[in-house]
Design a protein around this ligand. Structure first.
Ligand code: PEP
Ligand code: MG
Length: 596
């Protein structure tokens, strides 16, 4: 692979071209300074003044973000504002000034470094994620106390908007850079789920994260093409490459508009066969967005995100209201609610469990629900009650055995009986499905198909558990390959087993939001997909240009492949004969994308 090409994780789509700007923002050095006993109160005042100023700054950033990116993105600053409003935290810094006569900056640095060390080592991904928030607070308060400005870092020198390279991007910095001076962001650390990534997407700035050691390989001012759709940075591009990149971006924008315009077209194949495109919903706001993008129901409603950042569980009533809202938005369509998928990178804080060495192989998903029946049964009751309003269904994450499904079936029967006895209006049963996202589930898929009303494949976890590659680890990003023959074969087996059992098998992992993935899946016989709201237009556009029989013929080659590269080559060639590949996801420029 050429060293001109750096590969990371594309977290915000689009192609940007510009000179590299290396931004090293580091915490300022604080020298030890003791204050005289009679100046201690003054020092405490200084601390409060700096903290107040920075809090105000974050509040302004919150408002600006709300205006420029939206309400969800604006919430990102809440954690930092809360930190600066935390009386206990501030009392501890004050105590260091009082008891040890430390300067305000020294005391603040001491306390925040202590917290940073604790959080960075934490096995809780949520706490580890907050380290970046803490660093943003530290940087600003310390600079203020030292009378220094770091705002100059955010201003760009030359005329051309730059590709900003940083070790780590915080949400605050993302929004503070002058938008017109930034063509793209490239960072050494971080993944798709980082808050800064969410913000960059909201702002429409192409961004690639996880470009390991990028800072040491780039000279400031060097021209760079950043492909935020495919996670690639190309250093010192040739004139041809530049032209190709510009053309691709032009086509991407053009097609984005065209695809948006076709939102009311039905998703049918050229042979007239229907393909059902349901939406993947992470947050309540996504429900309306899904409807606006023409989704036919909800294929995956991730309920655990409703718990994030909350101290107490949502009540049964609250859950009924939310499910009812989803059902009423899609009358006549299915709404598939996934039971809580806590654990892994979604720490089940409410149960305060012992930290685990391998959370993705530990107390996660259906295991948590079965071990915490009171918590789980509340959700099951809410679902039974909501089913009176329409076709809501429930599916279980990370199933590895039929007995898990059977235990939930028994719980559902018991809860339906209890509701009836109590005279609470509710359905007497609800269709139950299993997610197929572990190799174990694939191997017993015939048994699961007999035990369940439907199946849905979670391709992201299936890839993670089959290839033994952590899905959230930026370093492993190039090894996370859903087109691996091991995955393709398992997808084939699930399609055959569900067809034999006469039940629906849908796809709800990220593969069904990727045009190449959709091509493969249609060839394998799948006709129901849950798609992220942003990808609905492009997936519909692809579907309308395919026909089942010729996809199946092309997929034969993919099924016979020995390597992921062969699978990709076969699929790309096949899809390329049917649709204009350049029109998809920014268009894949062969010379920008290193071989997998
Ligand atoms: C998956 O694993 O593909 C899936 C759909 O579930 P989640 O992404 O929520 O783990
Ligand atoms: Mg999953």
């Amino acid at each position: 692979m050429s060293t001109r090409i750096l590969k990371g994780v594309g977290v915000s789509p689009g192609i940007a071209v510009g000179p590299a700007r290396l931004v090293h923002w580091e915490l300022p050095r604080v020298t030890r300074r003791l204050v005289a006993a009679d100046r201690v109160d003054e020092e405490v005042d200084r601390l409060h003044q700096a903290v107040d100023e920075v809090r105000q700054l974050f509040q302004d950033l919150r408002t600006r973000t709300h205006e420029r990116a939206g309400p969800d993105e604006a919430k990102i600053f809440d954690a930092q504002i809360l930190m600066l409003e935390d009386p206990e935290f501030l009392r501890e810094v004050e105590a260091l000034i009082h008891d040890n006569q430390l300067s305000a900056e020294r005391a603040f640095e001491f306390k925040t470094l202590e917290m940073r060390a604790l959080w960075a080592q934490s096995t809780s991904p949520r706490l580890r994620q907050r380290v970046a928030d803490l660093a943003g607070v530290q940087l600003r308060v310390l600079n203020r106390l030292l009378g220094r400005s770091f705002e100059h870092l955010l201003k760009s020198e030359g005329d051309q908007p730059a590709i900003v390279f940083m070790r780590e991007l915080t949400p605050g910095l993302t929004i503070q850079f002058e938008r017109e001076r930034v063509a793209g962001f490239a960072t050494e650390q971080g993944t798709r789920t980082a808050h800064a990534a969410i913000l960059a997407r909201g702002l429409g700035i192409p961004c690639v994260m996880g470009l390991v050691d990028a800072m040491s390989q780039i000279t400031p001012g060097t021209q760079v093409i950043l492909d935020g759709s495919h996670g690639v940075a190309l250093i010192s591009p040739t004139a041809d490459e530049l032209e190709a990149a510009q053309e691709t971006e032009r086509v991407r924008l053009d097609i984005e508009h065209q695809m948006e315009a076709s939102r009311s077209e039905p998703s049918v194949l050229l042979d007239g066969g229907g393909v059902e495109l349901r939406a993947t919903v992470d947050l309540p706001e996504d429900i309306d967005r899904a409807e606006q993008h023409g989704a036919e129901g909800i294929g995956l409603l991730r309920t655990e995100f409703f718990l994030m950042g909350r101290a107490e569980m949502p009540s049964e009533e609250e859950q009924v209201t939310l499910f009812e809202r989803a059902i009423r938005t899609f009358p006549g369509d299915q709404v598939i609610v996934r039971s809580y998928d806590l654990g892994g990178d979604k720490y089940p804080a409410m149960f305060n469990p012992e930290p685990e060495p391998n959370p993705f192989l530990g107390w996660r998903a259906i295991r948590v629900s079965l071990d915490e029946p009171a918590f789980f049964r509340t959700q099951l009751r809410a679902l039974l009650r909501a089913r009176r309003y329409g076709d809501v269904r429930v599916m279980l994450p990370l199933v590895t055995g039929v007995e898990e499904v059977e235990r939930v079936q028994a719980m559902l029967r018991e809860e339906a009986e209890a509701l009836a006895t109590a005279g609470v209006p509710a359905a007497s049963s609800i269709p139950l499905g299993a997610m197929v996202e572990t190799p174990a589930a694939v191997m017993i898929v015939d048994r699961l198909a007999s035990a369940c009303d439907f199946l849905s494949v979670g391709t992201s976890d299936l890839t993670q558990y089959t290839l033994a590659v952590d899905r959230g680890n930026a370093r492993m990003a190039s090894r996370f390959e859903p087109m691996h023959p091991a995955i393709v074969r398992q997808l084939h087996d699930v399609a055959v087993a569900s067809r034999d059992a006469g039940i629906e098998a849908s796809i709800c992992g990220l593969m069904s939001s990727d045009p190449l993935g959709v091509f493969l899946l249609i060839g394998l016989g799948y006709r129901v997909f849950s798609v992220t709201t942003g990808a609905l237009p492009s997936v519909r556009w692809v579907v309308r240009q395919l026909d089942g029989a010729s996809c199946a013929a092309c997929v034969e080659d993919a099924l016979g492949a020995s390597t992921a590269a062969e699978v990709r080559a076969a699929l790309t060639a096949g899809l390329g004969e049917r649709v204009d590949l350049r029109m998809l996801d920014g268009g894949e420029l062969p010379d920008l994308t290193p071989p997998h």
